[in-house]
Write a protein that binds this ligand. Sequence first.
Ligand SMILES: CC(C)(COP(=O)(O)OP(=O)(O)OC[C@H]1O[C@@H](n2cnc3c(N)ncnc32)[C@H](O)[C@@H]1OP(=O)(O)O)[C@@H](O)C(=O)NCCC(=O)NCCS
Length: 143
Amino acid sequence: MIRKASADDLDAVMAIEQSSFSRPWSRKSFEAELFKASGNFLVYEADGEVAGYIIFWTVLDEAEIADVAVAEQFKRQQIAERLINRCIEMNQDTRVIYLEVGIDNEPAVRLYKKLGFNVNGEIKDYYGTGKNALRMSLELCRK
Ligand SMILES: CC(C)(COP(=O)(O)OP(=O)(O)OC[C@H]1O[C@@H](n2cnc3c(N)ncnc32)[C@H](O)[C@@H]1OP(=O)(O)O)[C@@H](O)C(=O)NCCC(=O)NCCS
C-alpha cells in the first residue's frame, strides 16, 4: 500500500535512508517534507512495515524526484517501480519529471531507464569530488 508519510514513519525512513546513502538526509529534512505544500512524501507499507519511500517536488510544470529508497529486505519486489509510477500518475499535468542519480548506481539507473527516463547529461562532482551524477528525465504528454 502506498500512502502519505506521517511523523510516525520517520524512524523507519531514517533507518532505510542511513543504510542506503553515504550522505543521508537528516531527520530534520524529512520532517520538513511532511509539511511542504509543493512536496509529496509517500511511503510504501508492506505487512505493516515501511518498506520504502519517495519524495518528489512539483513546481509549475516540472517535478523532481528528490529521494527514493527501499529497505534491503524488500528490494527487487517492484516497490521502487510502484512508488515512481505513483509519482508519474500524480504528475500527469506536469511537462517533465527529472532527477539526479550517481553514475555508478546501476540498480537506480536501470530502474529509471526501465520506466522510460532518458539520460540528459552528466554532472561532474555532483556527489563530491570524482562522484559524478547523471541527470535523467521523463517527458510527459500534457493533456
Ligand atoms: C534503486 C532502488 C530504489 C531500487 O528499488 P527496488 O524496489 O529494489 O527496485 P524494483 O524492484 O522496483 O526494480 C525495478 C527495476 O529496477 C532495476 N533494478 C532494481 N534493482 C536492481 C539491481 N540491483 N540490479 C539491476 N537492476 C535493478 C530492474 O530493471 C528492475 O526491474 P526487474 O525487476 O524487472 O529487473 C534500491 O536498490 C535502493 O533503495 N537503492 C539505494 C538507494 C538509491 O540508490 N536510491 C536511488 C537514488 S537516485
